[in-house]
Ligand binder design. Structure first.
Ligand code: ATP
Length: 438
């Protein structure tokens, strides 16, 4: 089994991510985040929002509608140009992205491939009861456009001055020709995007700043430097309006592919929406209203699902460990998530199901849940429960045993070192808080 298969396996077995609509045989590469996956994903989105919106004075958030006026997508260029080249095998009728296959032969059966034709990736649906062309709308293929469309309202209501940015987290939809590799490429996914508005002559400085922020984010996510590549996209391959684009790529088990992107978009989007809507989307310096211009934009983009995937790939470790019961060696799988990322922070495990232990363990659990996401588990042997917590990446296990009745202390086990420490119940919350903040 390669690493990706191991992650898919663990995800299903432990409840991180399941195939979507599974009892009906699934739905082509759709995935549901189960109880642990939902926590993991939420931790990523919450940390991102805290870091880039709450902890900065130059950023504000937005939560815009998923379906927008179709004119938005005409102005942005998506109706005309958001497409991939599609080719089909004349023999087995499998379809491929022409830019992802080498040569003219079908990768599956060796049959002849058709000439590529452009296939628009936007999902279309109808608003209201009539299915006429005039009621057609698109599901947004990116979160970015709303930040340009709402630029004027945000500027007026927040009275922000340049440079400042708008951040949005949300779903995007693309009718990908070849989804696959688990949650790497799906037709429904989530993005965390920022449009950072600057004076035209200052874009280079802020581009560098955002590149630094993205590098720091990756470090904190637990991603090893050696698997990352910062690909400067050469002129000719970049969008015509962009003077600089960096694709942040990662060495996945299936090859080197994009993880995040950082692009300088000039004033392309605001200019297009100004022309199409007839609205003035320029910025005037409040101290010098004659200093009026259309801001330029730096756009850092993070894929939420690819963040989850990379975090899981990096956290996965298999190692030999002594068994809890007999001290013999066994293989353990451990997800070494950074503490902030772990779906469950603390597991409270009474040694047995005896009521005298539950009487102490339950109030401990209740108190700890005020501060941390916790789990209470009294089934199976303690060894099996430790293995389960290791596999889901819980940093600390708290065991209530028969000595607890006398010494009012519990055993705290560290996921990574497997070292155990006796801690007084009265000091437990503080101790765990300190450890988890590391
Ligand atoms: P790719 O080259 O992999 O198709 P892209 O260049 O089309 O990606 P962007 O339009 O730059 O991607 O989207 C920004 C981010 O959104 C990507 O860096 C990625 O993290 C995420 N993303 C894009 N498409 C998908 C998808 N189909 N499934 C999951 N995440 C995606």
């Amino acid at each position: 089994m390669n690493l990706l298969e191991k992650i898919v396996n663990l995800s299903k077995r432990r409840g991180f991510i399941f195939p979507g609509s599974e009892i009906y045989g699934g739905l082509a590469n759709s995935w549901d985040y189960g109880p642990l996956g939902a926590e993991l994903k939420k931790n990523i989105k919450d940390e991102w929002w805290k870091r880039f919106v709450h902890q900065r004075t130059d950023m504000v958030g937005l939560d815009a509608a998923l379906m927008m006026n179709p004119k938005v997508w005409e102005a942005s260029g998506h109706v005309a140009g958001f497409s991939d080249p599609l080719t089909e095998c004349k023999k087995c009728h499998h379809r491929f992205r022409a830019d992802k296959v080498t040569g003219k032969k079908c990768p599956d059966c060796g049959g002849e491939l058709t000439e590529p034709k452009q296939f628009n990736l936007m999902f279309q649906t109808f608003m209201g009861p009539s299915q006429e062309k005039s009621s057609a709308v698109y599901l947004r293929p990116e979160t970015a456009q709303a930040m340009f469309v709402d630029f004027k309202s945000i500027l007026e209501t927040t009275r922000k001055r340049l440079p400042f940015g708008i951040a949005q987290v949300g779903k995007a939809f693309r009718n990908e020709i070849t989804p696959g590799n688990f949650i790497f490429r799906t037709r429904e996914f989530e993005q965390m995007e920022i449009e950072y508005f600057v004076r035209p002559d200052e874009w280079e400085k802020y581009f560098e700043k955002w590149l630094k922020e993205m590098k720091k984010w990756l470090k904190d996510l637990g991603v090893s430097e050696k698997k990352l590549h910062y690909a400067e996209i050469p002129e000719g391959e970049r969008a015509h309006y962009s003077k600089r684009t960096v694709d942040i790529e990662y060495d996945y088990p299936f090859g080197r592919e994009e993880l995040y992107g950082l692009a300088y978009r000039g004033d392309f989007d605001l200019q297009n929406h100004m022309k199409a809507s007839g609205q003035d989307l320029s910025y005037a310096d409040p101290e010098n209203p004659k200093d009026k211009f259309v801001p330029h934009v730096i756009e850092p983009t993070w894929g939420v699902d690819r963040s989850v995937l990379v975090a899981m790939l990096e956290a996965y470790h298999e190692e030999e460990a002594p068994t809890a019961e007999k001290g013999e060696k066994e293989q353990r799988t451990v997800m070494r998530f950074p503490n902030w990322l772990a779906p469950i922070k603390v597991a409270v495990l009474p040694l047995s199901k005896k009521p005298e232990l539950a009487k102490i363990a339950e109030p401990i659990y209740k108190e700890l849940t005020q501060k941390f996401v916790c789990e209470y588990d009294e089934t199976q042997s303690i060894g099996k429960r430790y293995r389960r917590q290791d596999e889901i990446g819980t940093p600390y296990c708290v065991t209530v045993d028969f000595d607890t009745i006398k010494d009012k202390a519990v055993t705290v086990r560290d996921r990574d070192t497997m070292k155990q420490k006796r801690v007084k119940i009265a000091k437990l919350g503080g101790y765990l808080g300190e450890q988890l903040a590391k």
